[in-house]
Write a protein that binds this ligand. Sequence first.
Ligand code: ATP
Ligand code: MG
Length: 563
Amino acid sequence: MRFSEFGLTTLKEGPADAEIVSHKLMLRAGLIRRLASGLFTWMPLGLRVLRKVEAVVREEMDRAGALELLMPAVQPSELWQESGRWDQYGPLLLRMQDRHQRDFCFGPTHEEVITDIARRELRSYKQLPVNFYQIQTKFRDEIRPRFGVMRSREFIMKDAYSFDIDQAGLEESYQRMHAAYSAIFERLGLRFRIVDADSGEIGGSRSQEFHVLADSGEDAIAYCDADNYASNVETAATMPVDEPRPAPARDLEKIATPGVRTIDDLCRMLDISASQTVKTLIVEGTDGPVALILRGDHELNAVKAQKLDGVAEPLTMADEKTIREATGSAPGSLGPVGLELPLYVDHAVGNLADFSCGANEVEFHYTGVNFGRDLAEPETVDLRNVIAGDPTPGGKGTLSIARGIEVGHIFQLGDKYSQAMSATVQDTDGKNRVMSMGCYGIGITRIVGAAIEQNHDENGIIWPDPLAPFDVVLVPINMHRSAEVRDAAEALYAELSGQGLEVLFDDRDARPGVKFADAELLGIPHRLVISDRNLAAGELEYRHRREPESRNMKREEALKLLR
Ligand code: ATP
Ligand code: MG
């Protein structure tokens, strides 16, 4: 490809609202252009990268025996009524009506459509197992689209759905996808981790996520190599404390705490650490408000809390009015002593003695609070996010925390959709069985951003070879003045292209500095510079994007290296 014919515009600066490096670089390198919030055009250069991701994913899915199909993006509401998700899915679902006032949505995922296909097409156990996949555009009306293509509203997903006669079959299909996903992310040259995950909106039982490791990742991952354990912090379990609780040493005391609104305020006033305090969060419940009791230095885990009996899902903090009515007090002065609300107490709180908390009276707190004396012995539950240093569930080590970008997610759905939508086949005994389903997603567009997060320097992108839009960039110096350079560059371009390499020929009449800067920004793995000086010695200047220095080599040597 000749640069002059490629219509590529690079930018010196990323726009100010691009928060992370991949978003900035994708805009600067001209891979994408923004249309509106969460909507992007893939420009020719970006599309080349996207197609590479798709090709690897397609090859590995085919190799794993999955069958490609293509479903409509727009889906009729009737199917979503059948599965029950028309009412459950909430504002993430973009709903619309056609000219006959019939309800449709733009598909955020395709469980309903594929289950409808399966119940029509699959009749007998003999047709199982089967795994259908597509690479297709999704729409989710994300509350906070950001980070460019990493959290956009319209994006491309590879989604696959397996159908088996029973759980044992599903287990096998799931493991096959687990292996295929590992192969995909290895081939793409990304550093990734597989973690246990929550099933979220999609439902079902077992699920795992594939995360590209990067500091800018939106997800926190808890892991312990000694215990071979890795989990999204959303689901990583905390254990009841395995040590006896210290005996009470202090009397209960109620103290005036004027101006104290937060745990920090309280710690400053009493000169104690947050781990000696307890905070009380009031959330909406199915039958009135519910109190959640956590250590002051711990963070509530919404995924865990919303699964508790009596707690409303999705987890919703009670508003100030509700809190005042329920407690007679206000946020900032709440505590479990004498609180007449259903309570859930975190495991870590159960092991505290002589702690401090709000007294349910505005600007009053208790100190020296003890279970079994000042309030009933609690039955503790898991309410909080794990932190670095917590013991692993296996008990063999402690957890570390890393950040990750979720690029893939595999689920065992079981019969959630097949039951609701009566997707059955005839088994060997002639009886109808509800099929067991799995579903498997990969964020094709998100992978491009994630790859850049992991592979860049201050000058631009450094593509892993399998993702690079071009293999080689040719940079002739002064080509518009030197016939020798022009001829040599044209010959090299023809020869390398003839060998099947993807070559970007920077034939622009531009200063060498501009060309070098763009070559680095675009992140093309191999760069060859052609100049009068080097030609005289029969040499080219070669540099790999990951190497700090260029080196001169004979033309033949350079060709051999690229081959
Ligand atoms: P997230 O937790 O990041 O919102 P999700 O768990 O809702 O994602 P899934 O339903 O598991 O997403 O979708 C499968 C894959 O699609 C995800 O692993 C992710 O790579 C990709 N994906 C999901 N939402 C988006 C989005 N808004 N923009 C780009 N890619 C996305
Ligand atoms: Mg997911």
